[in-house]
Design a protein around this ligand. Structure first.
Ligand code: SF4
Length: 234
């Protein structure tokens, strides 16, 4: 089926192209980069803070895990994608709440309280595989986050371990893009069916209201539906 050229459909096509590019990225190349960088965690726990990583985005499977452990830890991921004419925001998933000091809700005494059930992004970090602009604006594939800013480097990583990391990193990025594509498709259907449209002016007005302490409604995409959240939490 050919999609009509609406802005949301263009975004879907763009994400689908990103997904095709990702699938074609050679796993061998990523494996070799992982071995070359030789990253080893030194348990500094900086990656579990807002100062280092803006937020912990959750794939649907991660949200399901957190709902079992402690649903209070969930919050709509920041940077809502859309806002309809009634002032309702829409975002592609949940994130973990942070504590007032900016550390992750689950970080305690420098250690993760849910390490044995840690989330997809926490498992693959600091590895990544997506195109991003560097400080000079050059867009290219990025494979390691926060390079030389934390942890140890040039340690020995065996071939089998590096291959596993490469595979898991690619799978994570694939699941992330698929969630984004499914979200955009769900938005397209929901907006069309209910006569809704994204209005940037309303988005900006509602954000100003929220920043001044007002309350907003955020529909979070989870498991094929939109869950209503009210911020600040009621
Ligand atoms: S869930 Fe655990 S590993 Fe992930 S950011 Fe929070 S404290 Fe760190």
């Amino acid at each position: 089926m050919t999609l009509a050229p609406t802005p949301i459909n263009s975004l879907i096509e763009q994400k689908q192209q990103e997904l095709r590019d990702l699938v074609q990225y050679p796993e061998e190349k990523l494996t070799s980069i992982i071995r070359g960088v030789g990253f080893k965690c030194d348990l500094c726990s900086r990656c579990c803070t807002e100062e280092f990583n803006d937020h912990v985005f959750l794939l649907d499977a991660d949200t399901a895990t957190i709902k079992q452990i402690d649903a209070f830890a969930l919050t709509p991921a920041p940077y809502f994608e859309f806002c309809d004419q009634h002032g309702r925001f829409y975002v592609s998933g949940y994130a973990l709440k942070s504590k007032p000091d900016g550390s992750c809700y689950f970080l305690e005494g420098g250690r993760c309280r849910i390490y044995s059930r840690r989330l997809s992004i926490c498992r693959v970090y600091p590895y990544m595989l997506h195109r991003e602009a560097d400080e000079s604006g050059n867009v290219d594939w990025r494979q390691v986050s926060g390079l030389d800013e934390h942890g140890c480097y040039h340690t020995e990583i065996g071939d089998v371990e590096a291959r596993e990391i490469a595979k898991e990193t690619k799978n994570y990025e694939k699941a992330f893009l698929e969630q984004e594509i499914n979200f955009l498709k769900a938005i397209n259907t929901h907006f069309t069916k209910n006569g809704l449209r994204h209005i940037q002016k309303v988005y900006d007005r509602q954000m100003r209201l929220y920043q001044k302490g007002g309350s907003i409604e955020v529909c979070v995409y989870y498991s094929g539906t939109f869950e209503k959240n009210v911020l600040p939490a009621e």
